[in-house]
Design a protein around this ligand. Structure first.
Ligand SMILES: CCCCC/C=C\C/C=C\CCCCCCCC(=O)O[C@H]1CC[C@@]2(C)C(=CC[C@H]3[C@@H]4CC[C@H]([C@H](C)CCCC(C)C)[C@@]4(C)CC[C@@H]32)C1
Length: 400
């Protein structure tokens, strides 16, 4: 994985750009993910001891700490260019319940006792995920994670303990609970963030697998974060019949994408052609287009090359390349290109949409997808809603 994205552009078959509006949609689901992290965290027992003058020493332990009545305020985030994502989850209120075992040990007396306790807490959570290339995939590093406890109030059941003991517990509990809760919660959040990143990349990989055809969308460079988008660079290597495509002259440049749609998929010819060719060889991609004048059955070897505005050429069997302007449903064969620069609704968009739907694209709430063929690449841009069932699916993975 190259550290400098620009040096990886030529090997990049596909780029995914997630703009700020898309991150806002994803962020609405963050509170659910954080809730799952709090609920799923397991708190280990903690032990402590304090030697007290005259009466020897007090040993104490905190057991089966559990969280109840968790509620989360709202989550805000910012994209920090070249840094990462800054997230603030505020007004997290929770009640922690558990049992304290304690006892005196001295030359005079030995005795143990246990008392149940409740802790009422108000917490602000801060997470600053950084994205990096981990094992060929986008991975998240959320070690920069902190909890600010606004309130931490200890209630001992029964309250018949002597005051000095209560004071001792309050100090012990406050310090220990803060450390343990922070440690466990931040660990769970790091797990959740990486499960989410994996889940999305696995979804995309499955999405691009059709029978014996699969695509390696491992990343070619570390993702880039600007103030307005997160961008990831993927290989896009088609694998079919033990043959893997090679990409080394891809023409990506960030200026080829805009920033007003939620999500962009930039797809190089060098990615799409091997995929279409494999799909054709596998009998999965028949371009039967009938228009008023004629019907074309796509036969023999062909190579889709995206020229301008929906004009493609298919290298026919013969020596002369045959050019077809796929205009809506009408195809006109053109022996020279000079009169081919017509603006057309690319038929391929229809085909691609059919393939996408077959692969389950309908599961995503996608709005107004556009397929824009350009010279040497295609841009697929759209808005989306994060469907609830996808979040449930993702959280099931987290809670495994
Ligand atoms: C997946 C939808 C498929 C629809 C496709 C439709 C048409 C496409 C046709 C061909 C596409 C070919 C190219 C596909 C390439 C896509 C590859 C891919 O997965 O990039 C993905 C690479 C990971 C990346 C960048 C992507 C989306 C969301 C990002 C996550 C959002 C939140 C999470 C953070 C860690 C925050 C966690 C919050 C915690 C703390 C609660 C992020 C940033 C981790 C990284 C994630 C795009």
């Amino acid at each position: 994985c190259l550290q400098d994205p620009a040096s990886a552009y030529r090997f990049t078959g596909a780029v995914c750009r997630l703009t700020y509006p898309a991150a806002v949609v994803l962020n609405e689901k963050t509170t659910k993910v954080i809730e799952a992290a709090f609920q799923h965290a397991r708190y280990p027992s903690m032990k402590g001891e304090k030697s007290l003058l005259f009466i020897g020493k007090v040993m104490y332990g905190l057991d089966n700490l559990e969280i109840h009545n968790l509620s989360i305020g709202q989550s805000a985030f910012e994209l920090h260019p070249g840094e990462g994502i800054a997230m603030e989850i505020s007004n997290v209120s929770a009640v922690f319940k558990g049992t304290i075992q304690y006892g005196y040990g001295s030359w005079l007396v030995n005795f143990g006792h246990s008392v149940d306790f409740e802790i009422d807490s108000q917490i602000d959570l801060g997470i600053n995920p950084k994205l990096y290339c981990g094992d060929g995939k986008v991975a998240a590093d959320t070690t920069d994670c902190y909890l600010n406890f606004h309130k931490l109030r200890l209630h001992l059941q029964g309250d018949k303990e002597p005051n000095w003991l209560k004071k001792l517990f309050t100090d012990f509990i406050t310090l220990t609970v803060k450390l343990v809760i922070k440690g466990q919660i931040c660990k769970e959040i790091n797990k959740a963030a990486n499960i989410l990143a994996d889940f999305i990349q696995d979804t995309a990989e499955q999405f691009l697998t059709d029978g014996d055809i699969s695509v390696d969308i491992g990343i070619t460079a570390a993702p880039v974060i600007t103030a307005n988008y997160i961008e990831s660079y993927h290989k896009g290597l088609t694998k079919y019949n033990n043959k893997i495509a090679v990409i080394n002259e891809s023409v990506f440049h960030p200026s080829q994408l805009t920033e007003d749609r939620m999500i962009y998929f930039w797809i190089s010819d060098q990615f799409l052609n091997p995929m279409l060719k494999a799909a054709h060889q596998d009998g999965r991609f028949q371009l039967n287009v009938s228009g008023e004048e004629l019907t074309v059955n796509n036969t023999g070897e062909h190579k889709m090359h995206f020229l301008h505005e929906g004009v493609y050429y298919l290298r026919g069997g013969g020596s002369q390349p045959t050019y077809m302007a796929l205009c809506g449903k009408v195809i006109s064969f053109i022996s020279t290109l000079k009169d081919a620069f017509v603006v057309c609704v690319p038929v391929l968009g229809v085909e691609l949409t059919r393939l996408l739907d077959k692969q389950g694209l309908y599961q995503f709430d996608l709005f107004n997808p556009e397929v824009l063929p350009r010279d040497g690449f295609v841009v697929i841009q759209m808005d989306f809603g994060f469907p609830h069932h996808l979040l449930v699916e993702f959280l099931k993975r987290t809670l495994q």
